[in-house]
Ligand binder design. Structure first.
Ligand SMILES: C[S@@+](CC[C@H](N)C(=O)[O-])C[C@H]1O[C@@H](n2cnc3c(N)ncnc32)[C@H](O)[C@@H]1O
Length: 278
């Protein structure tokens, strides 16, 4: 593993993530709409987006809350916030404010009606602190919905790359390691996390998905460019060792290439909880 902190990893990967994020719509779009439905994002809401990255889901939230609503998008990495601001400007949205802030350190003077977080909580070393912070800034009765990676045996896209990179890096990516990509793949653990933070009516569902790209080479370039956690697994290897690891990833992904391009199955966990009313 590289010695960088998660924030440093994401600072370094921000431009790469932003370059590829808009091509992930097929993969994560349907689950994202479900997450917004479960969180109850509605016109006029004050909404929170935790770990906004380059802002693709922020745009969807901003459209849902409309001109009478407002979104606060936070991220630990300043370059990610800059990328979100660019995405918002391109979309012509003015009902969003942004803040460089870690989820765990979140405070606000005004409570939010609803909160969402996409592909962030599993990366946080103390996810309970993060989910508790969200609970604290939600209004009573407000919901928080989040997406994290699903069962590794069905999340073939991530597992193919992760296991190869971890093997080359001399490590493993365990569901028992806080902050690892797999730390919240267990639905029971995810549910307990939300309940421990004070949420009620907690529900977790597994959402099957498909990663579509043109080739295995493109998929490998995407992971290499923008997936900070994956890159860090081989970050300490000499350049030759890193090249060998990425070549193995590309070779392994090639078996998912067909006449219509690359299609690799994945799975996401979708969790929702409600802050008790009053
Ligand atoms: C995999 S990206 C997901 C970005 C975006 N939500 C999406 O789905 O496209 C993870 C994001 O979480 C941010 N992040 C990581 N740890 C965080 C923390 N403790 N608090 C807030 N953001 C964090 C990273 O900087 C990065 O932008």
């Amino acid at each position: 593993m590289s010695d960088q902190t998660p924030a440093e990893q994401w600072n370094a990967a921000a431009s790469g993530w932003a370059r590829w994020a808009e091509r992930a719509g097929d993969y994560i779009g349907p689950a994202t709409e479900k997450m917004l439905d479960l969180a109850g994002v509605a016109p006029g809401n004050r909404a929170l987006d935790v770990g906004c990255g380059s802002g693709e889901q922020t745009v969807l939230v901003a459209h849902r809350v409309g001109a009478t609503g407002h979104v606060l998008a936070i991220d630990i990495a300043a370059p990610m916030i800059a990328a979100t601001e660019k995405t918002l400007a391109v979309a012509g949205l003015t009902n969003v404010s942004t803040r460089v802030c870690s989820a765990e350190a979140l405070t606000d003077d005004t409570l939010f009606d609803t909160a969402i977080s996409r592909l962030v909580l599993m990366l946080i070393p103390d996810p309970l602190a993060a989910v508790r912070a969200v609970w604290t800034v939600l209004r009573p009765g407000g919901s928080f919905a989040a997406i994290v990676p699903g069962n590794p045996e069905r999340d073939i896209f991530a597992s193919t790359a992760l296991d190869i990179l971890a093997r080359h890096g001399g490590t493993t990516v365990s569901p028992h390691t806080p902050g690892s990509f797999r730390s919240l793949v267990d639905p029971d653990r995810l549910s307990t996390l939300f309940q421990s933070a004070g949420f009620v009516d907690v529900a977790v569902s597994a959402e099957p998905t498909l990663r579509r790209l043109d080739t295995a080479a493109t998929a490998t370039a995407m992971i290499r460019d923008g997936f900070a956690f994956f890159k860090a697994l081989v970050g300490k290897l000499p350049p030759q060792g890193q090249e060998a690891a990425w070549a193995d990833v590309e070779n392994a992904l090639r078996r998912f290439e067909g006449p219509d391009g690359l299609a690799v199955p994945g799975e996401l966990n979708l969790v929702v909880g409600r802050k008790p009313p009053g």
